[in-house]
Design a protein around this ligand. Structure first.
Ligand code: AMP
Ligand code: MG
Length: 338
């Protein structure tokens, strides 16, 4: 049954993180709309590579978009087998690695179910019947994506979507481009997913702010260098039914339902933007307790989990670089061990 007519569609707030800059070196600004979001890349130095950055992002979008009929992902989804570009191949491989380390909480094959809920589809938002969800769940299992010799193959009925990792990967690719151009200071903001290259031109760390879920303003700031800071949260895109139940754009691949588990947002910070992006989505799915266990297992990144009972759970590596700016939230540093 479709409730779409009655549903209040809530506009997506731009994602998680705001930038706070302020410096004197020669700044070049690339600002454009791509991948469904407003992007801004500020680079510092003599050479202006803004056009190269925009060209790179548009090329990646052409490969990775799930809705553009010419893209590699679209063709794979509709043809079942496709010799994808190097970027799509690498990102699919890395995303599958992250699926394995998160026990399938990140799962690119959740797309048929995501579409049934009306996300990225022309049907409009709707609450699918349980039997529709359970029949689509037959097509959800990242372990069945076959990737070898630059070709990706999907079983009949399967479709993938790289929306959970594409922006992190794009941030990493922009960094690589800037390194080639000998640019050592840049702030890359892909709709609130931040990658900071080097330090600010004056040598001080970049200051970025983590957004308040559901409201204007921000909850804390972080002082960072050479780091991505990537946030996932249901508040970024969701709809409500006529009874006021909320359904967000992140789907639990175990149930086929939008996640609702007491987490408002997860921010993951680290050197590898693709990993941060994949983990932030996966941790959002897992819930706080399991996310903390996973962090303890790997400890190759930092994180901030904001819960609906007003806690900010923060890994110890952030203690010295975080400033809480919203006193409604209580900061709790996560123990290193159980
Ligand atoms: P992010 O904003 O990085 O957390 O990614 C969310 C996007 O990833 C959604 O808009 C969907 O396109 C897709 N997605 C939703 N749930 C999942 C999931 N469990 N695993 C992988 N991708 C997902
Ligand atoms: Mg993500």
């Amino acid at each position: 049954m479709s409730f779409s007519k009655h549903m209040r569609i809530i506009a997506a707030a731009a994602a998680g993180v705001l930038i706070m800059t302020g410096c004197g070196a020669k700044e070049h600004d690339a600002a454009f709309f791509a991948m469904d979001t407003y992007m801004q890349v500020k680079t510092y130095g003599n050479e202006d590579v803004s056009a190269d950055i925009e060209e790179l992002v548009r090329a990646l979008e052409d490969d990775l978009s799930v809705t553009d009929e010419q893209s590699d992902v679209y063709r794979l989804d509709h043809e079942g087998e496709f010799g994808v570009s190097d970027d799509a191949y690498e990102l699919i491989g890395t995303s599958l690695d992250i699926s394995r380390r998160t026990d399938g909480a990140l799962d690119m094959t959740v797309y048929p179910v995501l579409r049934a809920w009306g996300f990225t589809s022309s049907t409009g938002y709707r609450v699918p019947a349980e039997d529709e969800i359970s029949s689509l769940m037959e097509y959800v299992d990242y372990r069945r994506v076959d990737i070898s010799e630059r070709t990706v193959r999907l079983p009949e009925g399967f479709m993938i979507d790289l929306g959970a990792t594409a922006k992190g990967y794009t941030g990493d690719r922009i960094c690589a481009l800037l390194a080639q151009k000998d640019i050592t200071s840049a702030m890359i903001d892909l709709g609130g997913n931040i990658t900071a290259l080097g330090t600010k031109p004056d040598g001080r760390p970049w200051k970025v702010a983590v957004r308040c879920p559901y409201e204007e303003g921000y909850i804390c700031t972080l002082d960072i260098c050479n780091m991505s800071v990537i946030t996932s949260g249901g508040y970024e895109r969701y709809f409500e039914d006529e009874d006021g139940n909320e359904y967000c754009h992140i789907i639990d691949p175990a149930s086929g339902h939008p996640v609702r588990n007491g987490i408002l947002s997860v921010t993951v910070a680290g050197e590898n933007g693709t990993l941060c992006d994949g983990l932030s989505t996966a941790y959002y799915v897992m819930g706080a307790e399991k996310a903390v266990q996973k962090w303890r297992e790997y400890k190759d990144h930092e994180m901030i989990i904001i819960t609906d009972d007003n806690y900010m759970l923060v890994t110890p590596g952030l203690e010295d670089i975080i400033t809480v700016t919203d006193d409604r939230y209580t900061l709790k540093v996560i123990d290193d061990e159980d």
